[in-house]
Design a protein around this ligand. Sequence first.
Ligand code: PFF
Length: 447
Amino acid sequence: MAQQQRETWTTRVGFILAAVGSAVGLGNVWQFPFQTGANGGAAFIVVYLLAVFLIGFPAMLAEFVIGRRAERNPIDAFARLGHRNWKVVGALGTLSAFWILSFYSVVGGWVIRYVIGSVRGTYFGGSEAYFGAISAGPEAVAFHAVFMALTVGVVAFGVTDGIERSTKLMVPSIVVLLGGLAVWAGTLEGGAAGYAYYLSPDLDALLSNLGSILPAAVGQAFFTLSLGMGAMITYASYLGRDDSLPADGATIVILNTLVGLLAGLVVFPILFSLGVEPGSGGLGAAFITLAGAFAQLPAGRLLGVAFFVVLLLAALSSAISLLEVVTSYLVDNTDRSRRSLAVALGLAIFLLGVPSAFGLSILGWYNAIAYNLLLPLSVLCLLLFVGWVDAGDGVDELRRGTGLSESGAAAWLWFVRTVVPLGVLVTLLLGLQSLAVRADLLAEAIV
Ligand code: PFF
């Protein structure tokens, strides 16, 4: 209800697991190993880790600082901090969440299909044909609806009864299942080549490809940490407690990174044991090659179920954070029940996503707009706000509840003012360039 008692997480662990649930998603288990493959293996990981810790971590703290201080949804947060004009930045983040969930849910629908397909062994006869059949068309729309309904189902129950309770179950399940799969993957014959590819960087390759690796790594770092979409602002707005933001943030970033690395320890030995080169192909490649691998392995159905259930839990715990961003705005501003708001928003987001369920190239466009434009632009504006407009108060907020020294907080502020926005700016410019190339290709195709 508007302006009434605001919900808060019941425990510190509850907040951390919810935020880890948001961060760990399709980005870690599906995109990260394949981005690594497409960008030359271990060399990409080095740059990615630098991007996560030097750029992503300070930016996450910036979102936390806004959220915890304002105790409001991302749009009203700026007004509450005394800067009404900056509401537009919160609106950009909220819009991004709305946009991204619309096609994230389509991919979530594919994952549900793959869980079912693994149980039945449906894709064992031909993984490429299976992907083609389920990824676009009316069935893809139907499972997009199922995934969205699950997301709405969690958010409708609220912050503690819905999000906190479900992520407390989902996140440990992801870790246990993925750990089990990694141990099993370690027993595969020929899998060791996968570790070498994944874990020993070729520094010459890194230096010569830095121009393409850098934006991919920074973009991936933001996406995986759920930055730029108001999610971390929203989750921090339910803190209502004075624990250390840097300690919680570090825990979240480290857990998220470990889950991504663990996914690589599953994916690469599997692919190498079957002689498949990682990295080729686009959005669908991960589904096709991995499903193809499960089809060839003993106990493939069981492995397929375990892997795709991990992917489903990861996708769901991220999707709920995106829906919560938008829902929190209306919960804070209307008298309607959270339940009816979540349902109405779920329906609207579902409709927005429908076109992307009719073709991979449309989905690719949705993704490119988010990745190359909305996300970096939104993060950049946030950084300007925290770094320059609200700097003093932000530093005080960061230190609240910690033993962080003044110089430690000053170091953070320095990063937020310099290294981080610079990295984002470069990523934004390169992203815009790649959007322009995409538009040119489209125009040529039409003419
Ligand atoms: N971090 C999620 C992933 O890696 O899949 C995606 C995501 C969720 C991005 C929530 C942004 C967000 F607000």
